[in-house]
Design a protein around this ligand. Structure first.
Ligand code: KIV
Length: 260
């Protein structure tokens, strides 16, 4: 049975840390699912790590749907969630409804994630959840606003921290079932986590969140550069380069294929 929103909320109540990772294709999704990851996110970071765009902004809804459908085919147990790309939901609540609807209908996702805690976005989250579409909020550093925020840590001043705190509460009240906290001070993330009844999933937000997410390309050592808060648990760039060099050498030396 696939994990549900209710189970994720129960995990928080039980103090069981939630493990989340991103995926962009069938093979990666199958591996993460079989390894027991709780949430698989088809994040718009795939724009940068998989498609080579300089930011997440160029990614289209059709592009992320293409990847999300492949991920869906690889996931049996994990909770599957998909990011709404830049300008697929900000224009109007109707646009958000249409985009989120496509993500659920065409890719079989269980939820969408969207960025921002401005009252306009809170209203959109309220309308989506009223229509039965589970939404995860995403506040703090929101990469779709890179031209306003850069990639700097957010919520450092008391005033900025209070704004993010208020956004978290407003999004929960609007019906969000979970909250992604990106690159904010640990103490602020801890306060938000304590205040909310829904689970917080942190990235660059310290150890007091209800769960953690990493971009899988960073975890595997596939990314060219890592954000300061990420950790690599493998170096696949090195493994792949070595394998390709070994293969090239054997082909050129006539060692592959062997007689046998
Ligand atoms: O797009 C993404 O990968 C994200 C990360 C913050 C997990 O949203």
């Amino acid at each position: 049975m696939a994990i549900t929103t209710q189970q994720l909320i129960q995990f928080k109540q039980q103090g069981r840390s939630i493990v989340a990772l991103t995926a962009w294709d069938y093979a990666i999704a199958q591996l993460l699912d079989a390894a027991g990851v709780d949430i698989i996110l088809v994040g718009d970071s795939l724009a940068m790590v998989t498609l080579g765009y300089p930011t997440t902004l160029p990614l289209t809804l059709d592009e992320i749907l293409h990847h999300a459908k492949a991920v869906r085919r690889g996931v049996k147990r994990a909770f599957l969630m998909v990011d709404l790309p830049f300008l697929s939901y900000q224009e109007s609540p109707q646009q958000a409804m249409h985009s989120a609807g496509r993500v659920l209908k065409e890719a079989g996702a269980q939820a969408v994630k969207l960025e921002g805690g401005h009252p306009v976005m809170v209203d959109t989250v309220g309308r989506l959840t009223a229509a039965g579409i589970p939404v995860m909020g995403h506040i703090g550093l929101t990469p779709q606003s890179v031209h306003q925020l850069g990639y700097r840590q957010q919520g450092k001043s008391a005033e900025a921290g209070e704004r993010i705190f208020a956004e978290a509460i407003a999004l929960e009240q609007a019906g969000a079932f979970a909250m992604l906290l990106e690159h904010i001070p640990m103490e602020l993330a801890a306060r938000i986590t304590q205040k909310l009844s829904i689970p917080t999933i942190g990235i660059g937000a310290g150890s007091h969140c209800d769960g953690q997410v990493l971009v899988t390309a960073d975890l595997l050592g596939l990314s060219e550069r890592l954000p300061p808060f990420a950790k690599s648990y493998a170096n696949l760039r090195q493994v792949i380069t070595q394998a390709v060099q070994d293969y090239s050498h054997e082909v050129r030396e006539g060692q592959f294929p062997a007689e046998s």
